[in-house]
Design a binder for this molecule. Structure first.
Ligand code: HEM
Length: 362
């Protein structure tokens, strides 16, 4: 579970660092630097942020590779589009890594290169960054969380604004051409929003994006049934033991319930709920995402909370392209709490009606 958090957290922090550094790079190119800072200091921060990005990218890739639940493979971290897990969207991350590597290596060897060569390769940053953004939106399981999507869209907005300022202050090309460029850049955040609404924010995206039905755990055999179809664990009821934390953000809070399923096929369960406080002080759950990872070698189920009752969350979970399964988590006692326990039903319609919603989810 720690690897999973680290993989996702490092990805998001990496995107933030790359965004800030790109904005800084565009500003430096435009001759901007704060009054009180000497030029070399701005350049030193720019260089050190790039090196921080390399460290974060290393953490991101290594944790993804070590996490036994996401079948990626070491080759896929270097060669784009060969991963069995979401090949295209993960491949964009790899492509971005390769482009970034070219930029960082040539910057470290800058004194040995012709300035023109160095500049041409440095322009690859303008390709590497949007490619990384598309990877983040298309691969990340957290894209559906409002704050994560808002953050990713915010990165696009920040870079678009900086580019518009830069183009507006430039003297070349002609005014008309610059006007067209600025209009196109200004439309980008809207285009990203529209595409996300039709793609990554839709249920069923995981299957469309190429999450394999045989989610192998570090080479362990997948549980497959007849005809190569992933087989589902038999319905079971198990004890759940874990913790429930709450963090404030935006106009509400995020409640994270994570812990162990002790019984059935076992495994780890992670539920993330976006909740808001109503005027009367009660908490209303707006949306919830679920990741259930049974024992290594089995399938990873993801999905959403379809309804919330007193002490109970009813969910639909699906592994890869498989059919969605009903599940329910009941928790006794108050939430949040450092220690919570309850029952986890999976794979059959428990009393309470999980299974009314027949749709599939990502
Ligand atoms: C500059 C390059 C990269 C950036 C900026 C980046 C950034 C991100 C971000 C922001 C996420 C979303 C995290 C979330 O939703 O919580 C993500 C997810 C992911 N990235 Fe990357 N990434 C990069 C390169 C790579 C590479 C080279 C790999 C290959 C190993 C990779 C593998 C993944 C995977 C498997 C996920 C999905 C994790 C999940 O299910 O949430 N990334 N990345």
């Amino acid at each position: 579970m720690t690897l999973w958090y680290l993989a996702r957290g490092s990805g998001l922090v990496l995107l933030a660092v790359l965004t800030v550094n790109l904005v800084m790079g565009i500003a430096i190119q435009g001759g901007w630097h704060p009054e009180s800072w000497p030029r070399f200091a701005v350049q030193a921060v720019h260089r050190n942020l790039a090196l921080l990005a390399v460290v974060l990218l290393t953490i991101h890739v290594v944790t993804i590779e070590l996490d036994p639940f996401v079948p990626v493979g070491w080759w896929a971290a270097l060669v784009p589009f060969v991963s069995p897990y979401r090949p295209f969207w993960l491949g964009l991350g790899t492509l971005s890594l390769d482009l970034m590597a070219a930029v960082v290596v040539t910057s470290l060897l800058r004194s040995h290169l012709r300035p023109r060569w160095w500049r041409v390769i440095h322009w690859l940053t303008y390709v590497s960054w949007p490619v990384a953004v598309l990877h983040s939106l298309g691969t990340g399981t957290d894209t559906k969380l409002t704050w994560v999507f808002g953050f990713e869209l915010g990165c696009v907005g920040l870079v678009a604004t900086t580019v518009i300022f830069r183009v507006a202050r430039a003297t070349r090309p002609r005014v008309a051409v610059r006007g067209v460029i600025m209009a196109a850049v200004a439309a980008t955040p809207m285009a990203v929003l529209a595409w996300s609404a039709a793609g990554p924010l839709q249920s069923g995206w995981a299957r469309q994006a190429g999450t394999p039905t045989t989610a192998l755990a570090s080479g362990a055999p997948a549980s497959t049934g007849a005809g190569g179809q992933a087989s589902l664990p038999a319905p079971f009821t198990a004890r759940f033991v874990g913790s429930a934390t709450s963090s404030a953000g935006g106009n509400g809070e995020t409640i994270t319930i994570s812990g162990q399923v002790q019984g059935g096929v076992g495994g780890q369960l992670l539920v993330s709920l976006s909740a808001s406080q109503l005027p009367d002080g009660t908490i209303a759950v707006d949306q919830g995402s679920v990741t259930y990872r049974p024992a290594p070698g089995s399938l990873v189920y993801t999905g959403r909370v379809v309804s919330v009752g007193p002490g109970s969350l009813i969910m639909r979970l699906a592994a890869g392209g498989g059919q969605s399964e009903p599940a329910e988590l009941t928790i006794s006692g108050p939430v949040p709490a450092s220690s919570v326990s309850g029952l986890f039903y999976f794979g059959s319609a428990p009393a309470g009606g999980a299974g009314q919603d027949g749709g599939q989810d990502s």
